[in-house]
Ligand binder design. Structure first.
Ligand SMILES: [Zn+2]
Length: 393
């Protein structure tokens, strides 16, 4: 959810800078970050495609500080028309942003993750003047209510996309799995029975097959309903990048050899399941026009493994407490009508790491550990908030 929000915020800020209307988003930006953004040559930016967003560090989770800071790294492509010359250019950027928020601030509800409004009362941004909201009269760019960008650093900026035709062909299939030994027990306890597990496995295989077909065909549309929006957008970014450079990355004869359940977590909104997938595929990149292979191995399959995280909204009409009742109802055919009304949301893939395609970007790193820490913290907080909401009613 944090990634979803920061991705939306990055996009909106770059677009606002493109229109020279950065002030609209004043509540989400500190003075320093505003000065940095205003000084950058962003005028004329009309398209923003975030390719990757990683959490590099989380600080101040200790008991002393009242604010938590998160450093993110964003890789993006900006399409920009120079306002003076009228030239259209693609700019590839890598940036590091630090976002800060009070620990007491409430986490966003998942359906509001991408909405930018008054951080205190959700009034439209037009209601804000000089960092103050006309509706709730709060000073809102302080980080007391929501995340505020407090620093912006450009690590890299160049006019053309990243290098795609290089491969580091490391076989990661034999490295030891990072697996929670209680994962299956957790699944049984908070997600579902063996039927639900079989359905998840079928969904994983379907997602895997659909993805490889869509990826190699450079048309991700068949993946849309199987993917969360941010992951879909980042995959679409890479496809656009390959196309722009006249290349096509192909994963042929891709097949799953084994699926390991690695981690299962649940919060009030989502069930999340991480699996390690052991697979093999012929992975190569060809010139899209001539078909000539420019890198990779078109003749022999390479073994690899990836961690995939699947998310599912918790069924609102099937709360955790009644899950065992649901299972019982499913067994009891006389109550099948009642069961049929319960809609169980489908799993969507939200994250994949450790894949060989973009090795520098996707290998699990300290950034992933930072991500885990943040996740653990925010999940806990979401629970606390929910409890708070319930008791104040
Ligand atoms: Zn307000």
């Amino acid at each position: 959810m944090f990634e979803d929000f920061s991705c939306a915020l990055y996009t909106e800020l770059a677009l606002a800078a493109g229109r020279a209307e950065l002030n609209e988003l004043r509540p989400y930006v500190s003075d320093d970050a505003m000065a940095t953004l205003s000084a950058r040559p962003l005028a004329g930016v009309s398209t923003v495609l975030v390719g990757a967003l990683t959490i590099r560090d989380v600080s101040n989770l200790d008991g002393v500080s009242d604010k938590v800071s998160v450093e993110i790294e964003i890789e993006a492509n900006l399409a920009r028309r120079d306002p003076e010359t009228g030239d259209e250019r693609a700019v590839y950027v890598v940036e590091r942003w630090v976002l800060r928020r009070a620990k007491t601030a409430r986490s966003r509800q998942p359906d509001r993750a991408r909405i930018l409004a008054c951080p205190s009362c959700s009034a439209p941004l037009e209601a804000l003047l000089a960092g103050k909201c006309r509706y709730c009269a709060e000073e809102v760019s302080t980080g007391a209510f929501d995340w505020v960008v407090c620093s912006v650093r450009v690590i890299h900026e160049r006019e053309r996309g990243p290098v795609l035709a290089g491969h580091s062909a490391t076989d990661t299939s034999e490295s030891p799995s990072i697996v929670d030994p209680d994962a299956r027990a957790r699944f049984d306890e908070s997600v579902g029975d063996s039927e639900a597990y079989a359905a998840l496995v079928a969904r994983i295989i379907h997602t895997f097959d659909t993805f490889h077909e869509a990826w190699s065909a450079q048309n991700l549309e068949p993946m849309r309903h199987l993917t969360t929006d941010p992951l879909f957008e980042s995959q679409a970014y890479w496809i656009a990048e390959y196309k722009k450079q006249g290349l096509c990355n192909v994963t042929e004869d891709a097949a799953i050899a084994r699926i390991e359940l690695a981690r299962v977590t649940s919060d009030p909104y989502f069930d999340a399941v991480t699996v390690r997938i052991h697979a093999h595929a012929k992975d190569y990149t060809k010139d899209a026009r001539t078909g000539e292979v420019v890198s990779g191995e078109p003749t022999s399959a390479k073994r690899y493994s990836e961690y995939w995280t699947f998310l599912r909204k918790r069924a609102t009409n099937a709360p955790a407490a009644s899950r065992s009742a649901l299972a019982a109802a499913r067994r009891d055919r006389t109550r099948s009508e009642a069961t049929a009304r319960i809609v169980v949301p489908k799993w969507a893939i939200a994250r994949s790491i450790g894949c060989c395609r973009e090795s520098s970007r996707t290998r699990p790193t300290t950034a992933d550990r930072a991500h885990e820490r943040l996740r653990a913290n925010l999940t806990l907080e979401a629970r606390t908030n929910l409890a708070g909401t319930a008791s104040s009613r």
